[in-house]
Ligand binder design. Sequence first.
Ligand code: SF4
Length: 254
Amino acid sequence: MKKKDRYTHFIEYFSKNQPNAVTELHYSNPFELLVAVILSAQCTDKRINQVTPVLFKQFPNPEALSAATAEEVFNYIRSVSYPNNKAKHLVGMANMLVNDFNGVVPSDINELQKLPGVGRKTANVIASVVFDAPAIAVDTHVFRVSNRLGLTTNAKTPLAVEKQLMLFLPEDVMGIAHHWLILHGRYVCLARNPKCETCPINWFCKYYEKNHTETALLKAEALKAKKLKDASKKEKLNKISASLKERAVKSQNQ
Ligand code: SF4
C-alpha cells in the first residue's frame, strides 16, 4: 500500500470514529495547560490530573506561581516524576511569563521554547491546542504509532517524525491527528504488546502487514514440515505392517 493511501485511510477512519479527540489533561486556560504539559513529561496524564486541581487553586496564574519558591511548588507535585526539576521549571517559567510576556502565554513556537521546561514538543502542544496553529507535537506514542502505521519512513528522531507528518497531513487535521495518535498508542498500539489482532486499523498498518505476513508464512512452513513428517512416519509404519503380514503368511505356509 502506498504511503499516501495510508494517510487517506488514517484520516478517514479517525475523522469518523474520533471526531472530537482532545487531550486527557485537565485545564481551563492556556496557563494551566502549559503547567500541565510541563508536568506531564515522562509521567501519566492520570497522575498529573490528580495533582493539578490543588496546584491550580494555590497558584492560579503566572504571578502567583512566580512568587512561589521551588520548594513550595515541590510539595504540591511530589508524586509526579522528576518533581525537583519540574518545580524549578514551573517557577522559572512563571517568572519569565511575568517579566518577558506580560503574564500571557505566547503563541509563537520559538518564544514558547524560551520558557524553562518547554521543549519543542510542549511548545507544539500549546501552539496547536491553544492557538490552533498547524503544528504537530511528537511524543513517544506519536513517534511509535506513526512509524508502525507506515505514516513515516525511517524517521529516527521526533523532529524527523514531525517533519514527515507535516508533509503529508493537511493543516486542518494536524492538531487533532496528534491526539488520534496519542490515544491509539495509549490504548491499542501499546509499546510492548500492541493489540494488533483486534486493532480496527490493522488493515492499513504497515507493521501488521509485515508481521502478519511473516507469521502466516512461518505457520504455513511449520504445517508443511509437520505433514511431511507425518507422511514419512506413515510410510514407515506401512512398511513394518507389510513386512509383518509377509512373515505371518510365510509361517502359515511352513
Ligand atoms: S495493527 Fe498493531 S501495530 Fe498497527 S496500529 Fe494497530 S496495534 Fe499498532
